[in-house]
Write a protein that binds this ligand. Structure first.
Ligand SMILES: [Zn+2]
Length: 164
């Protein structure tokens, strides 16, 4: 028997003013996107701003549905938008914020399990990490490798096939 463990590091910032200008800008775009969310059921409006290698920024919001599973998260919305409209333009950074009726959440929100799986696919697809910038009112988290949020992940290697 071998006991093993996994750990990872991330950065925490107290204020957007401490961020690099590009990160701050991406976070602001995520917050603006969140204002466009369609979240009549939860009132929890999420915005994602995805920066591509070319510099293009694609945004997404959560879009809820009366049939709950038919809704989609902001992160997957942005990633699907980028894949459809900018094929081959690799995602490099993804900023996420969420709004409640009181404004931006105090703590940053992390991508849900479904989104982590989809983000991991994009990292696998291009063989490079996607940087996460998770914005909350009280602190901001930067995670250099989104895949760190999904250790021992199921991916294309698990299937032993290579996507085209
Ligand atoms: Zn999600």
């Amino acid at each position: 028997m071998h006991e093993k463990s996994i750990s990872f590091k991330w950065e925490e910032y107290d204020s957007p003013d401490e961020l690099a200008p590009d990160d701050n800008s991406l976070l602001e775009q995520a917050t603006r996107a969140a204002m466009n969310a369609y979240a009549p059921y939860s009132g929890f409006r999420v915005g994602a701003a995805l920066k591509l290698e070319s510099g293009i920024v694609v945004t997404g919001t959560n879009v809820e549905n009366a049939a709950f599973p038919s809704g989609i998260c902001a992160e997957r919305n942005a990633l699907a938008n980028a894949s459809a409209n900018y094929p081959g333009d690799r995602p490099v950074a993804l900023a996420i914020t969420a709004l409640t009726k009181d404004g931006i959440t105090g703590e940053p929100v992390s991508p849900c399990g479904n989104c982590r799986q989809v983000i991991a696919e994009e990292e696998y697809r291009y063989g490079k990490s996607i940087r996460l910038i998770l914005g909350g009112k009280n602190n901001i988290r930067i995670i250099e490798n989104a895949g760190d949020l999904l250790p021992l992940q199921f991916n294309s290697d698990s299937l032993k096939i290579t996507p085209r």
